[in-house]
Ligand binder design. Structure first.
Ligand code: SAH
Ligand code: SF4
Ligand code: F3S
Length: 440
């Protein structure tokens, strides 16, 4: 028997890249690859990259540079670049870094097996097409390996929103939804393999409108309803949503669907209407706050998370204060914040930039406020009962770690449960990054 070839995948960026890496590993499994945790014994190294901010993209080149020695020692080693940097600058990668054998974009990675075979004949392979055929149909045959209790499932890809700062519409292309039956099949398959919680993914997941096979469409709310009927699937989440696509039925689902978890990532980016307009967000601070009100009316204990950009071109101190005001008005469970990063080819790149030190100062102030809110929401959990899906053993003997309905990390001593089980837990302590609880 021939030894299996070893594949090392390093994943950057968002959850969709995590999902794509799993699918790429499965696809290459058919070419005789098994995954390895180290690049040192790999026969193929694949970097699944992110282009969202300048730093993220630059990481790729420095990482590739580090593989020079490996490649010199093992000329058979194949090095590939996948993901959004591959899509955005595939040709340039090939030119700048001659040790790269293969470049594949996010919409064409079902062609990886043929591309890998091509590199084995000594020919470089580049594919950054947006092909006609359905990537997911071609990837259908998943090996039936056991899985952990949580999984991502991409249901929608691409974005038609064109926020002025963002590369995603260019790297991921136009919005496409997977047919509902395809999603349901994949969910059933995941559940058979041990998954209890599925997070539905899309760059704009709440714009989902998947074909129902009868000439109609399913909204995301309808899809969640369908998934809730899958026996053994206990929890459903979705990310990332755009405020303008929060339909009435989706808001209602937060009141009606017990399996839909009370946590929502709903990026707003900024709190100044002038900046929101310049960002091409097509919503105002007020419309966002109204939406939050409706969501909380449907699900009063909903935990909210968001994304914020500070130092967007032309942002003044007053604009920034409006963002802090919005954050104070919402009260986030957690949030992600970034300094605006100039992305070539996006409209905002051409505008008056905010100096770096001003950006840094604003980021610090914004993060201090978020940390305060995060701390307060977390501390408020003490004494409350939550349900916890256990994911793995903790550091201490007998300890188990899992996630609450609100996505807090919770650890329980002497849990006496296995990964994949859900238990009622009373929170007794709030630490910096996690909660401690006892079984009820
Ligand atoms: N589709 C998602 C987000 C995709 S990118 C959405 O619309 O919410 C994730 C986050 O990265 C964004 O929400 C934004 O806050 C941040 N981001 C995107 N482009 C950026 C840029 N050029 N500079 C800094 N942050 C950026
Ligand atoms: Fe980017 Fe805006 Fe689309 Fe989100 S909605 S992926 S921020 S363009
Ligand atoms: Fe990055 Fe592409 Fe995701 S740019 S955030 S990996 S969609």
């Amino acid at each position: 028997m021939t030894e299996p070839k070893k594949l090392f995948i390093k994943t950057y960026g968002c959850q969709m890249n995590v999902y794509d890496s799993e699918r790429m590993a499965e696809a290459l499994g058919g070419s005789g690859y098994v995954e390895t945790a180290s690049p040192n014994d790999a026969d193929m190294i694949l970097l699944n990259t992110c282009h969202i901010r300048e730093k993220a993209a630059e990481k790729v080149y420095s990482e590739l540079g580090r593989y020079k020695g490996l490649k010199a020692a093992k000329p058979d080693l194949k090095i590939g670049v996948a993901g959004c940097v591959a899509q955005a600058e595939g040709q340039e990668i090939m030119r700048r870094q001659p040790l790269v054998d293969l470049v594949v974009g996010p919409q064409s990675y079902h062609r990886l097996p043929e591309m890998e075979a091509k590199t084995r004949t000594g020919v470089k392979a580049l594919d950054t097409d947006f092909p006609e055929e359905d990537k997911f149909e071609r990837l259908k045959a998943r090996p039936k390996a056991a899985r952990g209790p949580t999984a991502f499932l991409t249901v929608q890809e691409g974005c038609d929103k064109f926020c002025a700062f963002c590369v995603v519409p260019y790297t991921r292309g136009a919005e496409v939804s997977r047919p509902a039956s395809q999603v349901l099949d994949e969910a059933r398959d995941l559940v058979e393999r041990g998954v209890r919680e599925i997070t539905l993914l899309g760059q704009n997941v709440n714009a989902y409108h998947g074909a129902d096979g009868q000439g109609g469409d399913w909204s995301l709310a309808r899809l969640i309803e369908g998934l809730a009927e899958v026996d053994g699937l206990e929890r459903i989440r979705y990310t990332t949503s755009h405020p303008n696509d929060m339909g009435d039925d989706l808001i209602a689902a937060h009141a009606e669907c017990a399996k839909l978890m009370p946590y929502l990532h709903l990026p707003v980016q900024a709190g100044s209407d002038r900046i929101l307009k310049r960002m091409n967000r097509a919503h105002t601070a007020e419309s966002y706050l109204k939406l939050i009100e409706r969501l909380r009316a449907a699900r009063p204990d909903l935990h909210l998370s968001g994304d914020f950009i500070v130092g967007f071109p032309e942002e003044t101190e007053a604009d920034f204060q409006a963002t802090l005001d919005l954050i104070r008005a919402v009260g986030y469970g957690t949030a992600f914040s970034f300094k605006y990063s100039t992305r070539p080819g996006t409209p905002a790149a051409e505008r008056d930039q905010v100096p770096e030190d001003v950006k840094s100062d604003r980021l610090q102030r914004l993060q201090a406020l978020i940390t305060e809110q995060q701390r307060a929401t977390q501390d408020a959990m003490v004494g409350r009962e939550v349900s916890v899906l256990f994911e793995k053993e903790g550091r201490l003997p007998g300890q188990m770690v899992g996630k609450s309905d609100y996505l807090h990390a919770v650890h329980v001593a002497d849990a006496g449960t296995a990964a994949g089980e859900i238990a009622r837990v009373r929170i007794v302590e709030s630490g910096p990054n996690s909660l401690a609880g006892v079984l009820v």
